[in-house]
Design a protein around this ligand. Structure first.
Ligand SMILES: NC(=O)c1ccc[n+]([C@@H]2O[C@H](COP(=O)([O-])OP(=O)(O)OC[C@H]3O[C@@H](n4cnc5c(N)ncnc54)[C@H](OP(=O)(O)O)[C@@H]3O)[C@@H](O)[C@H]2O)c1
Length: 364
């Protein structure tokens, strides 16, 4: 698949889309983002048997901003391809349910944009971030044949939200200087744990230095996202990653402190120049959810801060600050990204836009 610029693309009709897991934290963000989307119409919502058969407005414990009226009136459906008819499926399912349900939809010819961990590491499943690895969409025909999906059936995944926070500055540095080793310490928001999430008495005034399987996800997903499509498999980049994951009492926004060892030496000024200019792959530019600047350099030396910076670029930009020399390796820096928007629902919607612009979705 070629990486043509997307700016000129405008579909003749909107695609009807469905959200699975629509009642959860990420599901609600999908409902908000799809309410006014120029290419997609939210036609169906689905969740567990706790919610099915009820009006979405009654089933959901709505967390943020006004609940779109059209969504509130929808009936919550069961997560099966018989009950849900849209050709495009945004999945915000818990991993315990995603494995079977997402495969059922792909087998039935639907294009599934998943936020769950289950299929991320398969060699022919893109772990897609359009500015970084749009070329990985070339894996879809191989995936379709190998896994036996019918028609346009496919699974396209999003990365772990903390890995996504680190990704954009690492991709820019990799392209300019080469990347050998990454050491990352995360400070992750409570919304990353879903709803109702972490108990209040565990997190108020506290830091929890453990998030189940998070460090492993960061360590394996970053090399895959920075890797290349060989024609048969997505080959991870030869980058060593060491991660420490912490949960902190922040509502939204994962902050990551990074130390990096580069292939070619770079000063902080060199790195800031690269990060400031970086726009990523042309294929991502002009898509409705793509931010004008995927990386934004923080306004002062005490930034980025979640409270002040998490909404930058509509929650789709990664804010980078504190770029400085590292006494052991080459550089250190801090990056902040909205875990529910860029790290989940907004990232998935951007992935669907990329596939739409490249002619990879079934006709509307
Ligand atoms: N939160 C984040 O920042 C973030 C970031 C990146 C990726 N993710 C991933 O995104 C997914 C959703 O996360 P979340 O934070 O939104 O979780 P959440 O708030 O716990 O929501 C989970 C959703 O899955 C539904 N569900 C659970 N079991 C089900 C089943 N057996 N059948 C059908 N539906 C079922 C729930 O429906 P009911 O309400 O009916 O129970 C709910 O809609 C997870 O895989 C998570 O790892 C989350």
């Amino acid at each position: 698949m070629t990486a043509a610029p997307a700016a000129a693309f405008a579909p003749a009709r909107r695609w009807p889309v469905a959200v699975l897991g629509a009642t959860g934290t990420v599901g609600q963000a999908f409902v908000r983002l799809l309410a006014d989307h120029p290419w997609f119409t939210l036609a169906e919502v689905a969740a567990s048997e706790r919610s099915t058969g009820r009006r979405y407005g009654d089933a959901v414990r709505w967390l943020e901003g006004p609940l779109p009226a059209a969504a509130a009136a929808l009936e919550v459906l069961a997560c099966t391809p018989d009950a849900v008819h849209a050709p495009i499926i945004f999945s915000a399912l818990d991993a315990s349910a995603a494995e079977t349900i997402e495969a059922d939809f792909a087998r039935a010819g639907r294009v599934v944009f998943s936020n769950a961990k289950n299929y991320r590491m398969l060699p022919d499943v893109p772990l897609l971030v359009p500015e970084v690895n749009a070329s990985h969409l070339a894996a879809l025909p191989v995936q379709r044949t190998r896994l036996g999906w019918s028609g346009c059936g496919a699974i396209v995944t999003n990365a772990n939200c903390a890995a996504t926070a680190a990704l954009l500055p690492l991709a820019a540095l990799q392209a300019a200087f080469g990347l050998e080793q990454v050491f990352v310490v995360t400070m992750q928001a409570v919304s990353g744990a879903g709803y109702p999430g972490v108990p209040t008495l565990d997190i108020l005034g506290n830091v929890i230095p453990f998030i189940g399987e998070e460090e492993e996800k960061i360590e394996r997903e970053l090399p895959k996202m920075l890797g290349r499509w060989s024609g048969a498999a997505i080959e991870p980049a030869a980058i060593d990653v060491s991660a420490h994951a912490n949960r902190v009492p922040v509502e939204h926004g994962h902050t990551v402190c990074l130390s990096v060892r580069l292939e070619r030496r770079a000063t902080p000024a060199d790195a800031i120049a690269v990060l400031t200019e970086w726009r990523g792959e042309p294929a991502a530019r002009g898509l409705p959810t793509a931010p004008e600047h995927p990386i934004v350099i923080a306004a002062s030396e005490s930034r980025p801060q979640p409270r002040r910076d998490v909404g930058t670029g509509g929650g789709m930009s990664t804010v980078v600050g504190r770029v400085r020399a590292d006494p052991i390796w080459d550089l250190r820096l801090v990056a902040l990204s909205h875990n529910v928007i860029r790290g989940a629902a907004g990232g998935s919607v951007l992935n669907a836009e990329l596939l739409a612009a490249q002619g990879g979705l079934p006709p509307a």
